[in-house]
Design a protein around this ligand. Structure first.
Ligand code: KIV
Length: 269
């Protein structure tokens, strides 16, 4: 069973790889590719659930997909991303929602978008045996306050992000996502923290990298500027579906080999 200790041993020796997964097939493929962490990201809101942002994503949605991912991997650490308002409104409710991901759905850890009010929750969860991944910089659940723009580009906000990462490390977080912040700030935070950092749009200094799987495989129509498509799944899927529609419409599918004839019915039909 993968543990955060395995991850700590890898950090510094080799880059950590993390990718989002929202279903069993993707999780199996990511696991077979050797991905270290399968993140059941609340980015599922935009990526697969048809929402405009991550805000409408529910605890039930993340729970159901966390279960699918956890049942489908052997080696990857499964991290459930806690959705908007599933934490922060009260410690007990936050513990209950995070606990459900580990106790009922099989996650190994949770990720919480960090702010000043998640320090205590991180401490309590860690004490209870629920590893917490922190997340600083651009935190998409704060879209109504910050938009999706890069964060930490001026000295004041850079210091705030650095301090938040430190506070969460002290509270017990086992890793910290750095999203869409300047590479020099990410390098400084990575250098200062003992726990591994995992960057997205944060340069190459972090101990690991994360991408939304739709962006990584080329399924997203308009990916963010810091993402890279390592395939063209959108093109492949589109070609396959167009071919299927054509084949049904022109009568080449199904062919004889796709069906069967029961000889026992010869007298009847
Ligand atoms: O939900 C998500 O996909 C994330 C990653 C971008 C870190 O939070």
């Amino acid at each position: 069973m993968p543990t955060v200790r395995d991850l700590h041993e890898k950090a510094g020796e080799a880059p950590i790889t993390m990718v989002t997964a929202y279903d069993g097939v993707t999780a199996t493929l990511a696991d077979e590719a050797g991905v270290d962490i399968a993140l059941v990201g609340d980015s599922m809101g935009n990526a697969v659930l048809g929402y405009d942002s991550t805000l409408p994503v529910t605890v039930d949605e993340v729970a159901s997909r966390t279960g699918a991912v956890a049942r489908s991997v052997e080696d990857a650490l499964v991290v459930a991303d806690m959705p908007f308002l599933s934490f922060g409104a009260g410690i007990e409710a936050g513990i209950r929602n995070c606990g459900r991901m580990v106790k009922t759905e099989g996650a190994n850890a949770v990720k919480i978008e960090s702010n000043e009010r998640t320090v205590e929750l991180t401490e309590r969860l860690t004490q209870l045996g629920i590893p917490v991944m922190a997340h600083v910089g651009l935190t998409p659940q704060s879209v109504n306050q910050t938009g999706y723009s890069r964060q930490g580009s001026d000295p004041e906000t850079a210091r705030e992000i650095e301090a938040l990462a430190h506070e969460h490390e002290t509270a017990g977080a086992f890793a910290c996502v750095l999203e869409h912040i300047p590479a020099n700030l990410a390098a400084a935070i990575t250098n200062d923290l003992e726990i591994p950092t995992i960057g997205i749009g944060a340069g190459s200094a972090p101990d690991g990298q994360v991408l939304v799987v739709n962006d990584a495989v080329g399924l997203t129509e308009e990916a963010p500027p810091f993402a890279e498509a390592f395939g063209d799944v959108r093109g492949e899927m589109s070609d396959a579906l167009n071919s299927y529609v054509d084949a049904v419409e022109n009568g080449t599918f199904p062919a004889d080999e796709h069906g069967h004839v029961a000889e026992e019915l010869d007298d009847l039909y």
